[in-house]
Design a binder for this molecule. Structure first.
Ligand code: GDP
Length: 296
């Protein structure tokens, strides 16, 4: 289960606070020292933790909180609100084009779950009565095209492919023309990944972006990689101006750092989370629910 360690630590800390009839400034400081350590251990970015703690303290040591009837609860409420804000505040929804097709570009490193999530997103859109078209623009990983075609068959969604001899830019451009002809209203482009970020990959993704002007550029990152996921998001965002993040493998025992830090570090919201290998294990990301889950 994700966040187990963090949730356990925070609950322990808050239970001590709840038990107190009167809460002093020193109690708040002690609580926040423990919260700080718990967040750092969960692999939350150092600067994000520092800013978070100071924001909570500023609000929590106010007389309104300490002199209230349930000061412990009020401090916890402040932590909950600030954590929700940190993760984006409200849910960030997908942007659809005013005039279809909506173009979604899926980017990310190899193994993060990009192709799987291209399929999951198609399934999610089908449920909203959309008519997606999947585009096989990863021409380097030998099995990628086949993998997407299998997903397409499972979902009964068409997959546009031109094999692996045509440039991804050309494939993407032609796919959009095809979508218009076939009245497919959302085009999801599965782009190539690499094991590490490199210039050639970024150039290629930028070329596709320049050609097709996507409405969404979604980064698929693996939550299990913690701070690395945040660094990857930052680099991709600098080069491509991401519109959203899909955080995958949240069904694993990830410590939570990526979920908490991505938005604060990159400014880019998490729009979905991947909760398993199956095609229906995609969930919209709700910062408030995630905060409550983390705080127990
Ligand atoms: P890509 O290289 O980024 O296209 O990655 P794939 O889509 O091929 O996924 C890599 C592996 O991660 C596959 O074995 C997937 O089944 C697995 N995977 C993808 N998303 C999730 C997820 O949300 N949870 C879990 N547990 N596994 C996932």
């Amino acid at each position: 289960m994700a966040f187990e360690g963090l949730a356990g630590r925070l609950q322990e800390t808050f239970n001590k606070l709840r038990g107190k009839g009167k809460v002093t400034e020193e109690d708040v400081n002690q609580t926040m020292r423990e919260v700080r350590l718990a967040l750092l251990e969960a692999d939350v970015n150092f600067k994000v933790v520092k800013d978070f703690i100071s924001r909570v303290k500023e609000r929590a040591v106010g007389q309104e909180v300490l002199k209230s009837l349930t000061p412990g609860q009020q401090v916890i409420k402040v932590v909950n609100e600030e954590l929700t804000k940190l993760m984006g505040g409200t849910q960030s929804k997908l942007t659809f084009a005013p005039k279809p097709p909506t173009i979604i570009m899926m980017v990310g490193l190899q193994g993060a779950g990009k192709t799987t999530h291209t399929g999951k997103l198609a399934k999610y859109l089908l449920k909203q009565n959309k008519q997606p078209l999947l585009v096989a623009a990863d021409i380097y990983r030998p099995a990628a095209i086949k993998q997407l075609q299998v997903l397409g068959e499972q979902l009964q969604v068409p997959v546009y492919s031109m094999g692996d001899k045509v440039s991804p830019v050309e494939i993407a451009k032609n796919a959009i023309q095809y979508a218009k002809e076939q009245h497919r209203d959302v085009v999801i482009i599965d782009t190539a990944g690499r094991l590490h970020i490199d210039e050639a990959l970024m150039d290629e993704l930028n070329q596709i972006r320049g050609e097709v002007h996507p409405h969404e550029i979604m980064l698929v990152v693996d939550a299990m990689t913690g701070q690395d996921a945040v660094n990857v998001a930052q680099t991709f965002n600098e080069r491509l101006q991401l519109t959203g993040v899909i955080l995958t493998k949240l069904d694993g025992d990830t410590r939570g750092g990526a979920a908490i830090s991505v938005k604060a570090v990159t400014g880019c919201p998490i729009k979905f989370v991947g909760m398993g290998e199956k095609l229906d294990s995609l969930e919209p990301f709700y910062p408030d629910r995630m905060a409550s889950r983390i705080l127990g």
